[in-house]
Design a protein around this ligand. Sequence first.
Ligand code: ZN
Length: 205
Amino acid sequence: MSYPAPLEALIDAFERFPGIGRRSAERMAFFALRDPRAKELPQVVRDALERTLRCRVCGNVGASDPCELCGDAKRDARVVLVVEEPRDVEAVERAGVHKGRYFVLMGALNPATGGDERSLNLRGLIERAAKGEYDEVILGTDPDAEGEATATLVLRALEKSGAKVRVTRLARGLPAGSALEYLHRGILEDAMNGRVELRTRPQSG
Ligand SMILES: [Zn+2]
């Protein structure tokens, strides 16, 4: 026995979300059938798709392009913290431990599957670094296998570009295998203060 086609289509739609299997998708679909507020969902989704912009400078999501953070003249534009996801920016901003700019890769490399670096938003960072727009690039990818592989990739790309920039990585004091977004303020602050130098700024000439 199968469900009516429109219900089946709704279950399929939910099942496309990351981490949602068939059973969870069914539960969500049946919940939507019972909950009158579900009628608001199409509009909410449409609004989010239409009004959430990607910042062309840092790749983060925002209500404007350039985003609020890139447009903030009080932030240090010469120090850039590279993170995997917009939610990492939120976490670091909540902790208030970074006064520079951000760059959001929109993902991480998976060393197990080989990963596809072309899916990462990386080019803008490398181009700006090569043009000498940064004094320091802080690699703030997660302290797990994906994050380490991604940090290595970014470091290699910066070296290859010939960018004259200092590259640092958040301190190893971060609990291994954790995600930046769940860390407490104190831990993030320690990680930022104790960041390690991966590459000193090459001298000009
Ligand atoms: Zn931005």
